[in-house]
Ligand binder design. Structure first.
Ligand code: CO8
Length: 255
């Protein structure tokens, strides 16, 4: 059974994670499947807009069960950034339609989109710090760029999970919609964008990115990947993730 689905509605594509039993937590194999679908979208010149949307929960982060016993090298290999960068670099506009939980690596996926629409009941954040790690899929670079350094630090340092309204006030999402209408809102916007001049759209997207200093972004991604994986040499990472899986509070020892 496919863990990631690609749906087409006229010239709009929708990519969906399909792992409801784990709130769409993202594993290596899910990201590999997603990568193939993103490649398909890239090749299909008819597609004018991509929507990232999963039923009920956008994604409750990277799979903690798969990461808990990782060493530094394995954590390095777990990286999602190449696929996330591919999505962010698509020449067509990308909209994230966020329902339910969008946490950690799930929220980092939403940050690859150009525009985010959240349902009223969505819960978003970067809880990595509560697990003894930090964001590792572009979050340390994209979040400060999108909402500013101080707000990004507050979210990443506290690990707080915030409401859609709070996310809107921080600029983390563009709009809030009724829970049942998130995808409709995203489709409405996608249809509007699909009517705009595609070459100008691609050029505008590329130019905005260039203005955000591409080189330092790539350097940032490299540093993030190395430091993220280094955290898997700490006892606190094991404690944080084991505590989550054992459903208890972590006891961090600064080791
Ligand atoms: N990984 C694995 N399993 C998960 C995850 C996850 N991230 N989130 C939820 N699940 C599983 C639960 O273990 C549970 O499974 P089971 O029924 O087998 O026990 C099932 O989904 C349902 O979850 P809950 O029973 O916990 O549901 P609740 O409604 O009580 O709670 C929460 C929902 C609050 C979302 C809770 O599940 C939670 O806190 N999940 C973890 C959220 C989190 O910490 N996410 C960040 C993970 S770390 C990360 O994303 C790092 C990103 C770095 C990216 C770079 C990668 C290379």
């Amino acid at each position: 059974m496919a863990q990631v689905l690609l749906k087409r509605e006229e010239n709009i594509a929708i990519i969906r994670v399909n792992r409801p039993e784990a709130l769409n937590a993202l594993s290596r194999s899910i990201i590999d499947e997603m990568d193939e679908l993103v490649e398909e979208v890239m090749k299909d010149k008819e597609i004018r807009c991509l929507i990232l949307h999963s039923e009920k929960n956008f994604a409750a982060g990277a799979d903690i069960k798969k990461m808990v016993e990782c060493n530094e090298e394995e954590a390095r290999a777990f990286l999602f950034s190449p696929t996330y960068n591919k999505i962010a670099d698509l020449s067509i506009p990308v909209i994230a339609a966020i329902e339910g939980y969008a946490l950690g690596g799930g929220m980092e996926l939403a940050m690859t989109a150009d525009i985010r629409i959240a349902g009223e009941g969505a819960k978003m954040g970067f809880p990595e710090i509560t697990l003894g790690i930090m964001p590792g899929a572009g979050g340390t670079i994209r979040v400060p760029r999108i909402i500013g350094e101080a707000r990004a630090k507050e979210l990443i340092f506290t690990g707080d999970v915030i409401t859609a309204q709070k996310a809107l006030s921080m600029g983390l999402v563009n709009r809030v919609a009724e829970d049942d209408h998130v995808l409709d809102e995203a489709m409405k916007l996608a249809k509007k964008l699909a009517k705009r001049a595609p070459i100008a759209m691609a050029m505008a997207k590329k130019t905005i990115k260039a203005g955000q200093e591409e080189q330092s972004h790539n350097k940032g991604i490299e540093i993030e990947a190395a430091n993220w994986a280094k955290l898997f040499t700490t006892q606190d990472q094991k404690e944080g993730m084991r505590a989550f899986l054992e459903k208890r509070k972590p006891d961090f020892q600064n080791k």
